[in-house]
Design a protein around this ligand. Structure first.
Ligand SMILES: [Zn+2]
Length: 287
C-alpha cells in the first residue's frame, strides 16, 4: 500500500509528466471515490482546471489547481495513477479518468476500491491536513521530538508510529522494517524506551523511508508508479512478510502475529519484548 516513499515517487512523477497540463474531461467511473463535494460539482470544478503543482503531505497526494483548489487523493491500499500514453489504457478496476490536453489521460484504478478523492479549497485543505503530525524529513523531527510526544505513553510502539498524528507517512510495511532496525519489539510500550532506543528509532525511521524513496517505493502487490513500473524496495525488506524465513542478523526466524490489529513481522531474538536485545545490540554498536 502506498506509504510516504510510494506517494513521494508518484508525486515526483506527476511533477515531471503532468504538472502544467489542463484537465479537459472528467469521467467518474466509481462515484464512491468522491468524498467531497458532490460528484457533479467535483467534475464541474475539475473540468477546465490547470494542474499547477503536485505535492505530498503524509500519505495524501495533492494536485494543486488554479484558483486555490486542490485535488486530494488517498490511495489507501491499492490506488494507482497511470498516464496514458505511454502506459496502455487500463480496462479494469477504473475509478476516475482525467482527460488532459494533448490527448493524454490520467487513469485512477484501484483493485481494492478504497481510494478516495476530495476537491478542496484552500481553507478546506488546511483543515483536512491540520491534525497530521510532522513529516519525518522535517528539521525538527528528531529523537527528542519522539520522546517528548510518546515518552510518557503506554501505547505499543508499533501503533504509535502508525498514528498519523504522531508522525506522518509511515504504514504497515515500513513500520515493521523500522522496528527491526531499531531492535524494538512491536509491542514495547513507548514509556519504557531508553534514550538510546529513541535515537535508534529516529535513525531507523529516516533511513528506511529514505531508502524507500531512493528505490522508488515498495511493490509487494499493487503499487505502481505513474508509468506502471514497480518499485524495487521490496528487494531490501528484512522482515515484512518474511515469516518463517531466517532473520538476516541472527540464527532465529522471523515470525508474524497481530499487533494492534495489524499483521506484524519481527525477529523475536533481535527484538525482545523485555527490551534486553535492543540495549545489548546498541551498546555493542557504541564500543
Ligand atoms: Zn534476529
Amino acid at each position: 500500500m502506498p506509504e510516504l516513499p510510494e506517494v513521494e515517487t508518484i508525486k515526483e512523477d506527476l511533477r515531471g509528466l503532468v504538472v502544467g497540463s489542463t484537465i479537459e474531461e472528467v469521467e467518474i467511473v466509481e462515484p464512491a471515490l468522491v468524498e467531497q463535494p458532490a460528484f457533479e460539482e467535483f467534475a464541474g470544478r475539475l473540468r477546465g482546471a490547470r494542474i499547477t503543482g503536485a505535492r505530498r503531505r503524509a500519505k495524501h497526494l495533492i494536485f494543486e489547481l488554479g484558483e486555490g483548489d486542490s485535488l486530494v487523493f488517498q490511495l489507501k491500499i491499492g490506488g494507482q495513477l497511470l498516464l496514458v500514453p505511454p502506459v496502455p489504457e487500463p480496462e479494469t478496476a477504473l475509478m476516475l479518468v482525467l482527460g488532459l490536453d494533448g490527448g493524454r489521460k490520467l487513469f485512477l484504478r484501484d483493485e481494492t476500491g478504497f481510494t478516495r478523492a476530495r476537491l478542496l479549497d484552500a481553507e478546506e485543505l488546511e483543515a483536512r491536513l491540520a491534525s497530521l503530525g510532522p513529516e519525518p524529513f522535517e528539521e525538527f523531527f528528531d529523537a527528542g521530538y519522539l520522546k517528548r510526544v510518546l515518552g510518557r505513553r503506554r501505547v505499543q510502539i508499533k501503533s504509535a508510529l502508525l498514528d498519523q498524528k504522531v508522525v506522518s507517512g509511515i504504514g504497515n510495511i515500513y513500520v515493521d522494517e523500522i522496528l527491526y532496525d531499531a531492535r524494538l519489539h512491536p509491542k514495547r510500550k513507548a514509556n519504557t524506551l531508553s534514550e538510546g532506543e529513541w535515537e535508534a528509532l529516529y535513525r531507523a525511521i529516516r533511513e528506511n523511508l529514505r531508502a524507500g524513496v531512493e528505490h522508488r517505493g515498495t511493490t509487494v502487490r499493487l503499487y505502481r508508479d505513474v508509468l506502471n513500473r514497480p518499485g524495487s524496495h521490496q528487494d531490501y525488506l528484512r522482515v515484512f512478510e518474511k515469516h518463517g524465513k531466517p532473520c538476516p542478523d541472527c540464527e532465529g526466524k522471523v515470525v508474524r502475529e497481530k499487533v494492534g490489529g495489524r499483521s506484524t513481522h519481527y525477529c523475536p531474538s533481535c527484538q525482545r519484548e523485555d527490551g534486553s536485545g535492543g540495549e545489548q545490540t546498541l551498546n555493542l554498536g557504541l564500543h
